[in-house]
Write a new protein. Structure first.
Length: 110
């Protein structure tokens, strides 16, 4: 009888140990996942800040290019065009649009 009680106590003790170490393993896995997700979040925040700075730089550069374009566009005169070899058109030619209602075609985005 005492042997049976001893065996049952040992079995319960082993089961408790297995449960305890299983819970410790699960806790370790959960903390590892939490650490990974936290690291990923911080990394994404830093990337977003860097992209914001890069975007501001690019917007400034585009604004400068736009200002240069407008300045160059306004500096073109007839004299500059004539000096570069352009001539006035003697007779203007216009392109006529075809009637697309009578034609069949694939991938026609009208």
């Amino acid at each position: 009888m005492t042997e049976q009680i001893k065996n049952q106590i040992q079995n319960v003790s082993r089961l408790e140990q297995k449960i305890f170490f299983g819970l410790i393993a699960i806790l370790f896995i959960l903390f590892s996942i939490y650490g990974f997700l936290l690291k990923t979040t911080v990394h994404n925040i830093v990337l977003r800040e860097n992209f914001g700075k890069e975007r501001a730089t690019l917007v400034s550069h585009v604004a400068d290019l736009n200002a240069n374009y407008i300045a160059l566009k306004n500096s073109i005169t007839l004299e500059v065009a004539y000096s570069r070899g352009f001539k006035p058109a003697s007779e203007p030619h216009f392109i006529s649009k075809q009637n697309t209602a009578k034609t069949l075609s694939f991938n026609n985005a009208i």
